[in-house]
Design a protein around this ligand. Structure first.
Ligand SMILES: NC(=O)c1ccc[n+]([C@@H]2O[C@H](COP(=O)([O-])OP(=O)(O)OC[C@H]3O[C@@H](n4cnc5c(N)ncnc54)[C@H](O)[C@@H]3O)[C@@H](O)[C@H]2O)c1
Length: 316
């Protein structure tokens, strides 16, 4: 990777990924793009407004930048997707097709994040295997699974070096999450620090996989840097770092925020999505093939999150 284009760069993941890529590969080598202006416009490196569903616009941006790698982050997430399924299908599939065509024509490698949303209630919930039954029940999951298949097709048919990770819920400070089912695990930190209490939209024992953002960024970069011969399950790898429920994370936060109160007001739409996803995925393929290993567990993540979320309040 030398000349990198990032789509959807202004979102939760992009706002972390772009600075890390610029540190590693040089500021001018990383072109951040998004359909909207974001904080990234003013930060050290090139930014351009690009609608990733427009193949011509993606092609021109990649050509001018002489991109050799595309990180394709533009997408509509799970909860927003259930509110407008046609929009989710349009954005997620049209943009992916545009990016894969550009990658084929301009010989770029492509990173496409998939999700634990590719699984459904007929998938084994415990230690969900890398290769298993996949019948997602959300439009988001349908687009993510279709995306994995399309990436595989472009690899086999055209030799495009496409690679992907089935990200779990990602916890971070900075840019807010974009409307997913796992957003509670970010909101809980902000509410704990600001109000000393949080009302969860998932029930107490809804267990899902999670990862702290620094691990997610490292996973994406390590996968793209991995020797091609090692990347067998390329689209896309199960990866996880920890399993959390609102109750278990709330208990860890309460160790740092005395008197922290957690209550529940279940949102049936997001609860149904969470119920259809695994309790814990088996990420041994990623560990064995290219050495995936998370650095943050729930305790380390909580301490770091609270330190950063508290900072603006202490400085104000
Ligand atoms: N954050 C998570 O917990 C998580 C988990 C699993 C997978 N993912 C995947 O990672 C990717 C990035 O997720 P995120 O959390 O940063 O999402 P986000 O919603 O925070 O950011 C998505 C970005 O895409 C942009 N966008 C939307 N439509 C666009 C278009 N037509 N053209 C260009 N840009 C457009 C938005 O403006 C936004 O900045 C997505 O593919 C998502 O499915 C995220």
């Amino acid at each position: 990777m030398k000349r990198i284009l990032v789509t959807g760069a202004g979102g939760q993941i992009g706002s972390w990924l772009v600075p890390r890529l610029r540190e590693a590969y040089g500021a001018s080598g990383v072109l951040a793009t998004d359909v909207r202006h974001s904080g990234l416009d003013s930060e050290g490196g090139p930014f351009q407004v690009v609608d990733a569903t427009n193949p011509k616009a993606v092609g021109q941006a990649a050509m001018r930048h002489r991109a050799d790698t595309i990180f394709h982050l533009a997408a509509i997430l799970s909860a927003v997707g259930e509110r407008d399924p046609r929009l989710a299908w349009h954005v997620n599939m049209t943009s992916l097709e545009a990016v894969l065509e550009v990658a084929r024509e301009q010989e770029c490698a492509v990173f496409v994040p998939s999700s634990i949303g590719v699984f459904g209630s007929s998938t084994p919930k415990r230690m969900t295997p890398q290769d298993t039954v996949m019948r997602p029940e959300t439009i988001y999951g349908v687009t993510k699974l279709s995306g994995e298949l399309l990436c595989d097709y472009y690899h086999k048919r055209y030799g495009v070096d496409s690679r992907g990770l089935r990200f779990p819920g990602i916890v971070s400070y900075g840019a807010p999450p974009g409307g997913g089912t796992t957003d509670w695990a970010v909101e809980i930190f902000h509410k704990a620090v600001r109000d000393g209490r949080y009302t969860s939209f998932l029930d107490a024992d809804s267990q899902l996989d999670f990862m702290y953002m620094p691990d997610a960024i490292r996973a994406a970069i390590e996968l793209m840097e991995a020797d091609d011969a090692k990347v067998v399950h390329r689209n896309a790898y199960n990866v996880t770092a920890m399993q959390l429920t609102p109750a278990s994370l709330g208990a860890i936060i309460a160790e740092h925020v005395p008197g922290f109160e957690l209550s529940y007001q279940v949102d049936p739409v997001r609860q149904a999505i969470a119920d259809s996803w695994p309790d814990q995925v088996d990420d041994s393929a990623a560990r064995e093939e290219w050495g995936w290993c998370p650095a943050f567990d729930a305790a380390a993540m909580t301490a770091d999150m609270l330190e950063h979320v508290r900072r603006p309040i202490q400085e104000a």
